[in-house]
Design a protein around this ligand. Sequence first.
Ligand code: 3EB
Length: 322
Amino acid sequence: MPMLSQQYLTATAVPDALQLLAEPGVLALVNFDHSCAPGVQPGIIPLGMPSLCDKPWEVIRYGNSVAERGEDEHCQWSLIEDVLCVATWIAPQDCSDIEAATEVAYGRLFRVIQSKGFPYPFRIWNFMPDINRGDGDREEYKKFCVGRERAFDDYHVAPQSYPAASALGHHTQGAVIYLLAGRNSGVHHENPRQQPAYQYPREYGPSSPSFARATSLALCSKPQVFISGTASIIGHNTQAVGDLQQQLAITLDNIQHLLSHVGQAEANLSGVRVYLRHPEDVAAAQAFLAPRLPLERINFIHADICRSQLLVEIEALASLAP
Ligand code: 3EB
């Protein structure tokens, strides 16, 4: 069985996205740019967040066959062998009630994965506008969390089965939720240094965030670990408010502890996304990360983090050499 890979590409490396999409083994192409609306065809996933380092594309590869693709329930899907990728967008006008729109969007995703025989999501990404707008429980992110939790309840997914996820804000209109799903369940992990997000105390909102710190699955003989968006949080408390370097250090430390905890301390990180609240922080973030991670495996993305005191969030795919 093959490995899944996530690789970032420059605009010049992708002269023709549709041609790349048609190549064997190409599951989907994620587009980091200003548009957050359905792509020109299934398999192209525009997120509405620009790359800060000229890498507007991520190619998700799996297996050796040409992907099968289609549209159902306002979702676009791509399928290669054991992996299904499904994306759905929330129209700009529907984002005015993000709680209800999120529940509806997740319902569509769940129906598509179930009807196609891939009922187990193992990685989910969520991107929405104005994520930090509103005070207290009226903040957009907290309303999103209520709608998402309701959808998981509607489809009888218990907290122990929540997969790895990321949830961020962008500066354009519309929202997107996309996921990778399998025929069998992955294994979900927590980080001993962090409180499980689905058990955060009430102060973080009426519904806790529904995600696991990581999900691993063996698509090939070696397990791969999908690491959720990870930030400068210990227990449930935000650390190093206002200090980018310290937030980066604590975030990498959290990731390293998670990998040690799941017995993958030797794994290599790829598909690393560094989400930065302030685009002007990119040079400092690059300087901090360059000695620690190969920069060609990193994309720097302009995005708002779901807690307004966080400046950075990092996600990655951890794989052992095949
Ligand atoms: C945190 O640890 C930071 O709501 O899906 C990270 C990854 C965060 C995913 C989500 C939120 C989510 O609480 C925020």
